[in-house]
Design a protein. Structure first.
Length: 118
């Protein structure tokens, strides 16, 4: 049962962080194609690791993580008010390049598919 709760809370936190990111005015975050890949919540919901990826690449994701880290207080406050958790988790943002890897893999598949059709 505990696994179900942490999965549900991590998905709720992910949804709220996405909503807050849209409203941020920090130039490191604003107008970037950011994706919250996943949120890992500790078993007691006191810590959350948020993996952020950007379509532009890992360097853009790292810059966005800097902006998100500076806005952590605002993001925690919004999560706490929307989700009404007993304890709002401490958030750590981590740059992730999984979207970039996925795009590269898709391009390789498309290229190999084009080669096999010839």
């Amino acid at each position: 049962m505990a696994g179900y709760r942490s999965d549900r809370v991590s998905e709720d936190i992910r949804r709220e962080i996405i909503a807050v990111i849209r409203e941020l005015k920090d130039p490191r975050v604003k107008d970037k194609m950011l994706t919250v890949v996943r949120v890992e919540v500790s078993s007691d919901v006191s810590y959350a690791k948020v993996y952020v990826s950007a379509l532009e690449g890992i360097e853009t994701a790292k810059k966005a993580v800097e902006g998100l880290t500076s806005a952590t207080g605002l993001i925690r406050r919004e999560i706490g008010s929307k989700l009404r958790l007993r304890k709002t988790p401490e958030i750590k943002f981590i740059a992730d390049d999984s979207v970039e890897k996925g795009i590269n893999l898709f391009r390789q598949l498309e290229a190999s598919k084009g080669d096999s059709n010839e």
